[in-house]
Design a protein around this ligand. Sequence first.
Ligand code: HEM
Length: 455
Amino acid sequence: MPAHSIPLSYQKPPPRAALSHIPGEDGWPLVGSTFETLADPKGFIESLAAKHGLVTRSHVLGETGVHLLGPAANELVLLDQEKKFSSTFGWARFMDRVFPRGLMMLDFDEHRQHRRALSVAFKAGPMQAYLQALNTGIAARVAQWRAVPGQMLFYPAMKQLTLDLAAVSFLGTGIGPESEGLTRAFVDMVAATLAPVRRPLPGTQMRRGVRGRAHIVEFFSRQVPLRREAGGDDLFSQLCRATTEDGALLSPAAVVDHISFFMMAAHDTLTSSLSAFVMMLAANPAWQTKLRDEIVALGLRPGEALAFDRLEEMKLTEMAFKETLRMIPPVPLIPRRCLREFTFMGFTIPAGTSVGVNPLFTHYMPDLWPEPSRFDPSRFAEAAQAGRHRYAFVPYGGGAHMCLGLHFAYMQAKCFALHFLQNLRVTLPAGGPNAWRMWPIPKPKDGLPVILAPA
Ligand code: HEM
């Protein structure tokens, strides 16, 4: 059922009283448990689960919703075999004004058609072209860091690098002087997804986000016909040429929505996960050495690019990156809205309820992950994974909406690890590692100071 034909009643939350049979917390008058959730989402959800179990209720950001916790809940909601859970109406309250028709914001048949068309951008040919851009950009930045060893704030540096890499691998090199204005517009759109004032009133972040979107739409719309003509290996050019099953090109408006959403989906997740990766390697020097040895064993000359067909040789690097995603998942909570009543673990949940599955909670369940706070990439060795629930590790979600860029993410992580560890040794200043703010996308509270030295 396409989202636009869903009866309006399904999009509305049920009255609060309709969820009173679900165990949970009302929190403070009006604000509910918003502050507790924002301050410590992991601690809050773990305390709810300890008191009430794996189906529990809380009132956050103006709405009472239900948390469905653990791998069986992840499977039910993400796999969604009965098409009961809408991603459109789950994400709408964050995305609707700034990324209204990104892929993740489409449901069911319409989503399937667009996803099929967009998948062309992640085939081996285009991926090789992106990898070339990543190799060049990362090698140059690591060389700059190596030239000035010592203490640096890593998170902002990583954010800048991710933006710069996206500008080339996503948009190609033809952006020129417009690039600064586009970056600003894009940053405003992302910030608006979580702006506390949800209407674009003068002076608000939402207003800046909506203006940013207008700027991006105007610029990208002009580019679509040019890119269709010119070809080009970048991701935007791939999307411009993407076709649906019947061979038709996507409309320019759809291409613009998709490319801006892709940039959003990739940017903060990669910044967060690669920063966390570096922190984990700094805090676990034995693993840092193992990964460096794996990289040395590839036998590349200094500065030589990592080839696409050698990515799979970096098995330990992939395991360590996965362990990082387990401990600090860039999308800690995945929202949906149920379109029809359903029953889970004996609880009946009415149509319209906002439901959340929780990678962060699942990734610390001790029966799935013994000693969950210990960084141990060997959990992802092939033998160790046998018999683990398929939905125990869900940093990329699952089912129809499973992250379309996950291979891109592994590729960027490996390319980054290669250049970084070939050239640099990383440690944490005394007192580290420091705390992360886990919501909405994890970020180190102190910007992540690290000490870099030549390897
Ligand atoms: C470590 C990095 C990343 C993580 C942890 C991550 C996580 C996720 C998650 C959890 C979802 C599913 C959300 C849901 O089901 O509601 C998702 C969807 C998506 N991601 Fe990623 N992502 C990452 C990197 C990327 C990159 C690099 C790209 C693009 C190049 C990308 C593009 C997308 C797209 C297009 C979707 C929507 C898929 C759909 O609805 O069919 N992501 N991602």
